[in-house]
Ligand binder design. Structure first.
Ligand code: C5P
Length: 234
């Protein structure tokens, strides 16, 4: 794992419009070097906005969670690869991972597999027809992401250990559901602090509301980066 400490914090720009996103990036200034743009912004100009961020020297992660027939996934991935983005997500099904790997060939785009949505509990998995429990499903998806040349896996903090046991250091682990001690949980239920997630093996932390809704977002980002720095194994 070689990313500089500051780039191990990825701020989720979950705001309603491009204007709000621009204002947040302005407020965060040099504190933050890596941003995640999800579907909420992607459909209203988030892709060109991400390209502007990259021209300004920031790294960008497009969290698009693609899942479609292989031809469509490959071609959509190639479009995203041409923006110069660092990461893009797909649902971690073997066919989809393989198609995304083809679309990203020859570019710097790293494909991240979404293991199992953290909103999905055991009963949701059973209702959706999965014969495996969530932990077994996460392990299987981690193995398949590795086999299909993904750069990494998105998983909840509580799944980091299972992913590490399954694929070792072969995949970068990108973890949402991170809350500084004392921060509001919002709708996240299974959380860890930044220090706990890094010590468990996360390579990147995705943090949204604790930063974007803080009174002083840049100070909160700096505090989290300091916590990451203090927790990185030497
Ligand atoms: O505001 P908060 O820190 O909860 O934001 C976390 C970000 O990570 C959001 O953009 C959310 O969509 C994303 N995410 C998540 N759980 C997943 C995958 C992505 O919370 N399993």
């Amino acid at each position: 794992m070689t990313a500089p400490v500051r780039d191990r914090l990825i701020v989720a720009l979950d705001v309603p419009g491009i204007k709000e996103a621009e204002a947040m990036v302005e407020r965060l200034g040099d504190s933050v070097g890596f941003y995640k743009i999800g579907m909420e912004l992607a459909y209203i100009g988030g892709i060109p906005f991400g390209e502007r961020l990259m021209r300004a020297g920031k790294k960008v992660f497009f969290d698009l969670k693609l899942h479609d027939i292989p031809n469509t996934v490959e071609r959509a991935t190639a479009q995203i690869a041409s923006t110069g983005a660092a990461f893009m997500t797909v649902h971690a099904y073997p066919q989809t991972l393989a198609a995304a790997a083809l679309g990203a060939r020859g570019s710097d785009l790293g494909i991240l597999g979404v293991s199992v949505l953290t909103s999905m509990g055991e009963d949701d998995a059973a209702r959706a027809g999965y014969g495996l429990g969530v932990d077994d499903l996460v392990r299987r998806r981690a193995r398949q992401a590795q086999e299909n040349h993904a750069a990494g896996l998105v998983c909840s903090p509580l799944e980091i250990r299972s992913v590490c046991e399954t694929v070792g250091a072969a995949l970068q682990i990108v973890t949402p559901g991170v809350r500084p001690a004392g921060a509001a949980l919002g709708d996240q239920k299974r959380v860890m602090t930044p220090a706990e997630a890094i010590l468990a093996g996360a390579d990147y932390l995705v943090v949204g509301r604790p930063i974007t809704q803080a009174a002083e977002p840049a100070n909160m980002a700096e505090a989290i980066i300091a916590e990451i720095a203090a927790s990185v194994p030497r």
